[in-house]
Design a protein around this ligand. Structure first.
Ligand code: AMP
Length: 446
C-alpha cells in the first residue's frame, strides 16, 4: 500500500458516527478539525481545533473551515446537507465528502428518491403515492387493499415512519397518523404512503464518487428501543456485521442484487443532473422477491458507521480523496474479514423521556483490552466529567473472528461503562435474535 497522505480535514458532527470517522482518518495521519454541537470528548481530543456550533449554521462552519485551512470536509449528519453546507464549502474551494443540497434530496425528500427510481427504472422500488393533503391520502388508504407504511415527506430524525400492523394497528390508526402529520407539520408537510414490504432489513453503505461505488460490509441495525424489538423507534440501539461481509440471512446473489440497485441509482442521479458524491446508505428489506429499497440516507448510518469503519483496512483519507476527486476506481477499498457487534449505551428512558445530564464513567483502556472499541456519541464533557444528554451516549463495538465472539467482546467491554441511569439492548448480536431473523427469511423464501 502507498504511504498514507496527511491532510487537513474538517469533520462535521459530534456523534458516534463522527467519532468513528475521526478515528479512521487519524489512523492515516490526517489532521482533524471539527465542528459539532456538543463537546464530544473523543473528537475534541483528536482535533487540532474544534468549534462548538449548530451544524446547520453553515456560514459559521465555513468560516471555521477557511480559518483552519482545511483541504477537505467530511459531513457526518444529514441536517447540514439539507441546508447546503457542501454547496457553500465547495464554492469556497473546499472539497467535500457529502452530497450537494440537490443530491441530498435522496434522503431529505422521500418522494424524490422514489420518483427517481421510478423514472429511471431502478429495480427494488415499492409502490408509493405522495399526497399534500390529508383527505386524499386517507381516501387512498381506504381504497388500498394491502397494508402500508406512512412517511412524512421531510426529515424526522428517523422517527417519523409508522408501519401498519406494527406501530399502527388499524386503518383508523393510519388515518389518525396522517392527520397528525399535517396538523403538527411533521417533517415539513406532505406524506408518502407506500406498500408495506415484508422480510428482514439490512443496510448497504457505499462510498460514491458520482460515477462509481465501493460497497461496504452489510450491517443490520436495531431501531426499536427495547429487547425483542419492542418499544418505540429510535435513532438505532446497535448493529452487527459478519466476517464474510454478508449477513446470516442474506445470500450472496441477494447481496449482488442490492449492489446493482445502488449502482443503478448512482447512474440515475447523474442523469438527473445531481451526481451523488459521498456515502450512500441504502436501507433494504429483503423480501421473498429479493431486496426492496426502504430508504436512502445521504451519509453513514449511526451506529452502522462504527461497524464498518472499525474494520476498514484501507486509509480513509485516500478513500475520501477518491470520492471528492472522482477517482474512487483508482483507490482500493478493503475491510478486515472480521465480525463486529455494536451496542449503544443510552440514557435511561431514551426513545421516550431520557434522563439526561447524569455522569457516566468510561474506562477506555480496559475496553480496548477486551477486544472492543469505544466511540463517544452525544455526551457532553463538562469540567472533566462526561454527562449524558437526551440522546445516545457511547457506542461499544466488539470485533472478532465470529459474531458470537464479537458479541462476547462487546459485552465484556460494556462492563467498563458505568452510570446510574443508563440502558443497553443486550440482545443485539446474540444467537437467538440472529437465528430468528434467519428462520423468518428461510420461511419467506419457501
Ligand atoms: P425509515 O425511516 O424510512 O428507515 O423507516 C423506519 C423503519 O420503518 C424502517 O427501518 C422499517 O423498519 C420501517 N419501514 C419503512 N418503510 C417501510 C415499508 N415500506 N415497509 C415495511 N417497513 C417499512
Amino acid at each position: 500500500m502507498s504511504r498514507p497522505i496527511r491532510m487537513r480535514i474538517l469533520v462535521v458532527g459530534g456523534g458516534g458516527r463522527e467519532h468513528a470517522i475521526v478515528k479512521a482518518l487519524e489512523r492515516g495521519g490526517s489532521e482533524i478539525y471539527s465542528a459539532m454541537r456538543n463537546r464530544n470528548p473523543g473528537i475534541a481530543r483528536a482535533s487540532e481545533d474544534f468549534l462548538l456550533v449548530k451544524e446547520t449554521e453553515t456560514p459559521k462552519v465555513a468560516d471555521f473551515a477557511l480559518r483552519s485551512r482545511v483541504e477537505l470536509a467530511v459531513i457526518g449528519p444529514e441536517a447540514p446537507l439539507e441546508v447546503g453546507l457542501v454547496d457553500l464549502l465547495e464554492s469556497k474551494g473546499i472539497q467535500c465528502v457529502g452530497p450537494t443540497r440537490a443530491a441530498a434530496r435522496i434522503e431529505t425528500s422521500k418522494s424524490f428518491a422514489r420518483e427517481v427510481m421510478r423514472k429511471h427504472h431502478v429495480p427494488g422500488n415499492l409502490d408509493f403515492h405522495s399526497f399534500d393533503d390529508p383527505k386524499t391520502a386517507k381516501a387512498f388508504v381506504k381504497d388500498m387493499k394491502m397494508e402500508v407504511a406512512v412517511k412524512p415527506v421531510g426529515l424526522t430524525g428517523g422517527k417519523g415512519v409508522k408501519v401498519q400492523g406494527e406501530h399502527l394497528k388499524t386503518e383508523a390508526d393510519v388515518c389518525a397518523y396522517i392527520d397528525e402529520i399535517f396538523e403538527k407539520h411533521i417533517g415539513g408537510a406532505g406524506v408518502v404512503i407506500e406498500e408495506k414490504a415484508i422480510g428482514e432489513e439490512f443496510t448497504l453503505q457505499s462510498f460514491c464518487d458520482g460515477r462509481d461505488i465501493a460497497p461496504m460490509p452489510l450491517v443490520q441495525d436495531h431501531k426499536r428501543a427495547f429487547e425483542g424489538d419492542e418499544g418505540p423507534n429510535t435513532g438505532g440501539m446497535g448493529s452487527y456485521s459478519d466476517a464474510d461481509h454478508l449477513l446470516p440471512f442474506v445470500h450472496r446473489d441477494e447481496y449482488l442484487r442490492a449492489v446493482e440497485i445502488v449502482k443503478k441509482m448512482i447512474v440515475a442521479m447523474k442523469e438527473e443532473g445531481c451526481p451523488y458524491r459521498g456515502i450512500l446508505y441504502s436501507q433494504f428489506m429483503l423480501t421473498r422477491d429479493g431486496p426492496k429499497v426502504i430508504e436512502y440516507n445521504a451519509r453513514f448510518g449511526d451506529p452502522e458507521a462504527m461497524n464498518v469503519l472499525t474494520i476498514l483496512s484501507s486509509d480513509l483519507t485516500q478513500v475520501c480523496q477518491g470520492i471528492a476527486g472522482g477517482h474512487l476506481n483508482k483507490v482500493s477499498v478493503n475491510f478486515q474479514d472480521k465480525a463486529t457487534v455494536c451496542k449503544y449505551v443510552v440514557p435511561l428512558g431514551y426513545g421516550m423521556e431520557s434522563r439526561s445530564g447524569l455522569p457516566i464513567e468510561v474506562d477506555e483502556a480496559a475496553i480496548e483490552k477486551e477486544g472492543a472499541r469505544l466511540y463517544y456519541a452525544m455526551v457532553d464533557e463538562v469540567n472533566g466529567k462526561i454527562l449524558t444528554t437526551s440522546s445516545r451516549a457511547v457506542g461499544v463495538v466488539g470485533v472478532d473472528e465470529t459474531m458470537e465472539k464479537a458479541e462476547e467482546a462487546c459485552e465484556r467491554a460494556l462492563r467498563h461503562v458505568k452510570g446510574e441511569a443508563i440502558y443497553v439492548r443486550h440482545d443485539i448480536g446474540k444467537k437467538d435474535i440472529v437465528q430468528r431473523r434467519k428462520d423468518h427469511m428461510d420461511a419467506l423464501r419457501r
